[in-house]
Write a protein that binds this ligand. Structure first.
Ligand code: UDP
Length: 237
């Protein structure tokens, strides 16, 4: 399938139509951004790293019975996906406290959260993705009650699969963000799962291997992402 007109240009990915309306092509660009797009940097090879890590993770999830939008890796920085009707909400799952949770509650970074915390944020760049809850979803018609219950269950299952996958390679899955869409009446995982959208800590020394290195200017981003990929057994060349 071929790329056609641009559908949407996000902060680090561009989405294109294809000749078939049910399929899209996502291009992972060599850009990294933080702080709602205020801080941006070009990082050579980042698109390839995230495309391949995302493809690997989504394939693992699919093998574990979780429907995803992934169809086929079509180049080092592009993937063919199913066209979903996206739900305008970001779903965050937290195993350990970091980031906005630490700021909001003033708790110790790394506090173990058991059971894991599930949070909802409205996808709205102008309002800086405000935190919302189940009641908002129902009132504003963003997601119906049962779909939200199902998404919570799917997110917990994803957490189980990926916490084990990362733990087996010496990485702690601290937290992550997911986006879902619908095809007919089925809930399907969309967007991406990568070190841009998850917090990953090296078990050995608790060093960060994710986008916090960029947010905090605290280390070699490409080297860290590459190391996550190599541990997963991904070939980058
Ligand atoms: N996250 C994301 N996109 C966003 C906001 C958060 O992928 O627009 C991810 C982030 O990388 C982390 C998790 O969601 O893995 C929780 O992020 P948090 O709410 O702590 O916000 P942040 O510290 O990124 O502002």
């Amino acid at each position: 399938m071929q790329k056609q007109s641009e559908l949407y240009r996000g902060k680090s990915k561009t989405v294109y139509h294809t000749e078939k309306k049910d399929y899209l092509i996502i291009k992972f660009r060599d850009e990294i951004s933080a702080n709602n797009g205020i801080k941006v940097k070009q990082l050579s090879r980042k698109g390839t790293l995230n495309n391949k890590i995302n493809y690997f993770i989504m394939t693992k999830l699919q093998e574990n019975g979780i429907p995803t939008h992934i169809e086929e890796l079509i180049s080092k920085n592009e993937v063919l996906v199913k066209n979903l009707k996206m739900i305008p909400v970001e779903f965050v799952l937290r195993n350990l406290a970091e980031g906005s949770l630490v700021k909001r509650l003033n708790i110790q970074k790394g506090t173990i959260l058991n059971p894991p915390i599930f949070e909802l944020f409205l996808k709205n760049d102008v309002q800086c993705d405000p935190m919302i809850n189940e009641s908002y979803c129902e009132t504003f018609g963003w997601i119906n009650k049962n779909t939200l219950i199902d998404i919570h269950m799917i997110t917990l299952k994803i957490n189980k699969v990926l916490s084990k996958l990362f733990s087996d390679i010496g990485i702690i899955l601290v937290d992550f963000k997911l986006e879902f869409g619908m095809i007919d009446n089925q809930i399907v995982l969309g967007d991406e799962f990568s070190p841009d959208t998850a917090r990953l800590w090296n078990k050995e020394n608790m060093e960060k291997m994710d986008k916090d290195l960029f947010r905090e200017d605290s280390g070699e981003i490409i080297q860290a992402y590459e190391s996550v990929g190599y541990r997963l057994g991904i070939e980058f060349n």
